[in-house]
Design a protein around this ligand. Structure first.
Ligand SMILES: Cc1cc2nc3c(=O)[nH]c(=O)nc-3n(C[C@H](O)[C@H](O)[C@H](O)COP(=O)(O)OP(=O)(O)OC[C@H]3O[C@@H](n4cnc5c(N)ncnc54)[C@H](O)[C@@H]3O)c2cc1C
Length: 442
């Protein structure tokens, strides 16, 4: 699932081989998709220039110093799994694997705040499925038959919503499918795409490694996914232009010929290639003819600085609260609410009170007053991943001979996640390299 049709082994292109170095690729957008494409390209010996509208790289996946909390925080909690193989390959190339904190237990812990029950979802392939035979290993309140009916997901047509395949009531829905779907697809679980959920279930519980471990950055998103990539790219002579927003593309003979910024322009030579790694709304401004997903879902994160927290670094999924996830390390507790449209009209204080209530209940805290906090609203965290919007995802190839698309919203067969964006960048890089080789002849 989600495999690239344009497979090309980048390792056979010798780094610094003259024929490849002569080619120049312009990567527009320095989010994870753009960085992933750029890293693969420089590794193959291609000259890369990166143009980023912001003053820093990372896009929707970044860290910054928060003066109110007095520490660095992430724009949002990001959880990845060791089965996310494109992410793991990317981190290996940029030598950032050891910046991840590995949760040694292959489980996702959950708590139901309404009924005060805790349980763990096993992330083990074979053992995990066999374990369902034992009531003590199932999600509390579920029967074996509930899991059997989930097989409907396997046969669901690509245009079906999850609510059309799975039963949207009962304990399995409330305590497993609903939290899984809203977290992975950032969309109302009943309305979200069954096809994308199937891809995740397939890669995590069926085709993936025997044991999947949850991973989070040790220090921050930028320290894991962004800064090591920038170092790697600089070491490979990539060229960066920050605060360069590409406003328009000029074309000539079916190829991109110029990138126009606000005050300057960059000529794209006849043999140059371009990778556009922007969000859908920004891509459509440059390619008005292209159909793109046009609905978005917010994610709200709340970060709280406690006086002290005597719990080892970890995370937990929440059912029956406002937040769906709690992550903590040292004395910082961070909460995530996905598909949070209904909360966007609340004030920061109202949100903080509700999220603090969840934190207090999870940790049985007695601290009544609200600690220092920061609320971050990412209004367009991902596109809305309903079947109707998923059908609008374009392929990475475009009508222009030297232009490819990348981003978490491109049709990778995966949800809009780090794995999806990194994989899309990798696919675009492979297509570019294949094209360079065709262009040069055998
Ligand atoms: C709060 C939050 C929580 C999340 N949690 C998770 C999680 O737990 N697990 C997970 O796997 N994923 C998660 N995601 C999703 C993940 O962050 C995204 O899928 C990924 O970061 C998208 O990367 P991208 O490169 O495709 O897009 P972007 O990050 O949007 O990158 C696009 C870049 O293009 C730049 N740009 C835009 N217009 C122009 C222009 N005209 N010229 C030049 N540059 C331009 C932007 O500034 C940006 O840097 C989360 C996202 C958010 C917001």
């Amino acid at each position: 699932m989600g495999c690239c049709p344009l497979w090309c082994d980048v390792s056979i292109v010798r780094p610094h081989a003259k024929s490849v170095v002569d080619d120049h690729v312009h990567v527009i957008g320095a989010g994870l998709a753009g960085l992933s494409a750029a890293v693969r390209l420089v590794k193959a010996g291609v000259k890369v220039s990166i143009y980023e509208a912001g003053s820093e790289a990372g896009g929707r996946c970044r860290s910054f110093f928060d003066s109110r909390l007095g520490c660095r925080i992430d724009n949002g909690n990001h959880l990845i799994l060791s089965s996310n193989h494109a992410v793991m390959d990317y981190l290996q190339i940029i030598e950032a694997e050891n910046t991840l904190h590995v949760h040694e237990e292959a489980v996702i812990p959950f708590v139901d705040l309404e009924e005060d029950i805790r349980w763990k979802i096993l992330l083990k392939k074979r053992l995990g499925l066999w374990a369902l035979l034992f009531p003590s290993q199932r999600v509390p309140g579920t029967r074996l038959i509930d899991y059997v009916t989930a097989l409907r997901l396997v046969w669901a047509a690509d245009d079906k919503a999850i609510g059309q395949c799975l039963k949207t009531s009962g304990s399995l829905w409330r305590r497993f499918w609903s939290p899984l779907c809203v977290s992975v697809l950032n969309t109302d679980p009943a309305l979200a795409s069954a096809k994308l959920l199937r891809a995740v279930v397939w890669e995590t519980f069926i085709s993936g490694p025997a044991v999947t471990k949850p991973l989070v950055p040790k220090d921050g998103l930028s320290e894991t996914f962004v800064n090591p990539a920038l170092t790697f790219l600089k070491e490979h002579n990539a060229d960066f232009k920050f605060n360069f927003s590409v406003r328009k593309l000029d074309y000539s003979n079916g190829r991109v010929a110029r990138l126009l910024g606000r005050d300057s322009a960059v000529d794209v030579a006849r043999r140059d290639m371009v990778v556009l790694a922007l969000p859908p709304f920004a891509t459509q401004k440059l390619l008005p003819e292209l159909g793109v997903p046009d609905k978005y879902e917010p994610i709200i994160n709340g970060h709280f600085r406690l006086r002290e927290l005597e719990h080892e670094r970890s995370f937990i999924g929440i059912v029956g609260g406002t937040a769906e996830w709690l992550f903590w390390r040292d004395n910082i507790v961070s909460t995530t609410v996905s598909s949070a449209k209904a909360l966007l009209n609340k004030t920061n204080e109202e949100l903080a009170m509700r999220l603090w209530c969840d934190i207090s209940r999870v940790f049985s805290l007695r601290q009544a007053e609200l600690p220092p906090y920061r609320i971050i609203r990412e209004k367009r965290a991902t596109f809305t991943q309903t079947p109707e919007q998923v059908q609008k995802r374009p392929k990475m190839a475009t009508a222009f001979a030297n232009l490819w698309l990348a981003g978490d919203w491109i049709d990778t067969g995966l949800p809009a996640t780090i794995e999806g964006s990194v994989r899309s960048g990798e696919h675009a890089a492979r297509a570019v390299i294949k094209n360079i080789k065709i262009y040069q002849g055998p």
